[in-house]
Design a protein around this ligand. Structure first.
Ligand code: FAD
Length: 470
């Protein structure tokens, strides 16, 4: 008899199904897409944990208390302590599980990643070739395979779950199964929602995260689990904790998604900026060389439409690399005027007109910045890296939008990952793991390296084991 139904075959759902089957349960895994993997094919695939073998091999001393202290510092204590500690305790085991199964990590990892606010200890791992998500999927497929062969996990792709079935059990309203969009009904004593976030659902995004949506989320991230849960009275946690990822090119044509691989390189400790960042009025708004990406993400929320332009000259394009990941200076230059958001002009005034920013504002700002470079001191923002004035034509402007990779709000759960109603009571039979519980659960109002994928798998394993009775 099927003991649990897992809805969604991303990292959270796969880890849950594998753990439950490994502990003896029969699992039905329903996936709306034509393939398993969820957001993994798109994902950067950075994982983190404290006190695992790859750290020990490099002589890195670390423990859960240190990881927790870093997360509290970065998130300013805005995540959920109970869930974060639950996940952190399981994360080293997640890493060992993947490594034992052949997960190939970049020999330069574990390392400190600068694309998010930095941990104090090297504890992030990823595959040698970006993006790292596909390598995690490869290993999860290997771990799933024997359970599919033995019949313990029945994987059905192309089944979109539309509703949760609720009946009275022992005098209480409980979830007893799911109904698919095509009318089929599947029953089990427990249902685990692992349907991911809602970064590809503009309406739900506007309602729950309340910000402009420029997205790089997977097209399957439409918030189905959150909508289904809310329809039977589930509460929502993590509202008001949205923070944008710092910058990406605007989308092209009718595509909702932006190209995350070819994103401007805005991580100051890795590429000290030669450019300035200006808003629609042509004004600077931050010290571009500040090493804290978290600070910039927060400042960006106050910028008009959270949109800004990197402005630089021909010399900067030659000397500061890469301005955009994956493009040579020549490739970037050739795309100006041909791709939305990339502009080139002989004068700053002409550049401003092409980019749609204030001409007077930009010309004045560049003059003031060039004076700061000459003086060796930036009185406006205390920027220290002042390598050269912006003087050599042609001039360039790259338009940057806040990019959504993950969503922060999600279904409210207790410390056993049981979904709770708006009044805080548990909905019997219903569990949730992964991004469907909202990334704010463990990240709070911030990004902590590896703290989406690793917790998704950690929570999946915890619930899978618990529901199998192991
Ligand atoms: C570009 C990018 C880079 C990222 N980089 C990182 C990183 O480096 N590190 C990190 O920790 N996180 C990263 N993330 C976030 C991370 O990938 C996600 O948070 C993670 O994949 C969430 O896992 P999940 O299992 O909860 O959901 P998902 O991976 O989204 O999987 C959910 C699955 O549920 C299925 N589903 C949805 N609705 C239904 C339904 N109604 N019926 C049946 N099936 C359904 C979907 O089709 C999907 O397969 C990144 C995300 C993106 C987009």
């Amino acid at each position: 008899m099927v003991k649990l139904i897992v809805v969604g075959a991303g990292p959270g759902g796969l880890a849950c199904a594998i753990a439950a089957a490994g502990a003896g349960a029969d699992v039905l895994l329903l996936e709306k897409a034509g393939r398993i993997g969820g957001a993994l094919p798109y994902s950067g695939g950075h994982l983190s944990a404290a006190g695992f073998s790859a750290q020990r091999e490099k002589g890195i001393e670390d423990d859960v208390a240190a990881h927790w202290a870093d997360i509290r510092r970065i998130s300013r204590g805005t995540g959920r302590e109970d869930l974060t500690l639950l996940s952190l305790a399981e994360q080293p085991a997640v890493l060992e599980w993947l490594l034992d199964a052949g997960y190939a990590i970049d020999p330069a990892t574990p390392r400190i990643v600068h694309g998010h606010e930095q941990y104090g200890t090297p504890r992030t791992v990823h595959a040698p070739e970006p993006p790292g998500g596909p390598e995690i999927l490869r290993v999860l497929e290997l771990l799933l395979e024997p359970h599919v062969k033995s019949g313990k996990v029945d994987v059905r792709c192309g089944v979109k779950v539309a509703e949760l079935l609720v009946e009275t059990v022992g005098g209480e309203q409980a979830v007893v199964g799911v109904a698919a969009e095509d009318g089929r009904v599947f029953r089990a004593p427990s249902v685990v929602l692992a349907t991911g976030g809602f970064g590809y659902n503009p309406e739900l995004f506007a309602e729950l995260d309340g910000a402009p949506l420029t997205t790089s989320a997977a097209p399957t991230s439409t918030g189905d689990g959150i909508e289904m849960g809310r329809r039977i009275g589930a509460g929502v946690q993590g509202r008001g904790k949205y923070i944008p990822t710092f910058g990406g090119l605007p989308p092209q044509g009718d595509d909702l998604r932006v190209d995350w691989r070819h994103r401007p390189h805005l991580v100051a400790p890795e590429r000290p900026p030669w450019e300035i960042y200006v808003d629609r009025n042509g004004r600077r708004w931050v010290a571009e060389d500040d090493p804290s990406i978290d600070l910039k993400e927060r400042m960006l929320t106050a910028v008009d439409r959270m949109t800004f332009w990197m402005v630089f000259d021909a010399r900067a394009l030659r000397e500061s690399r890469p301005m955009v990941h994956g493009w040579t200076p020549e490739e970037l230059d050739a795309r100006c005027g041909a791709r939305r958001g990339l502009h080139k002009a002989a004068t700053l005034a002409e550049l401003a007109a092409k980019a749609g920013i204030s001409s007077d504002g930009l010309v004045g700002t560049v003059a003031r910045y060039n004076a700061a470079v000459a003086a060796g001191r930036d009185d406006d923002f205390a920027r220290e890296h002042l390598p050269a004035p912006i003087v050599e034509a042609p001039f360039y402007a790259i338009e940057n939008h806040p990019v959504t990779l993950i969503t922060f709000a999600g279904l409210d759960v207790d410390a056993e990952l049981r979904v709770r109603r708006g009044d805080g009571t548990v909905i019997p039979g219903l569990y949730a793991v992964g991004e469907v519980i909202g990334s704010a659960a463990v990240n709070g109002n911030s990004f902590c390296s590896g703290m989406c994928l690793t917790p998704a798998m950690a929570f999946g394993r915890i619930v899978g084991r618990a529901l199998s009775g192991a």
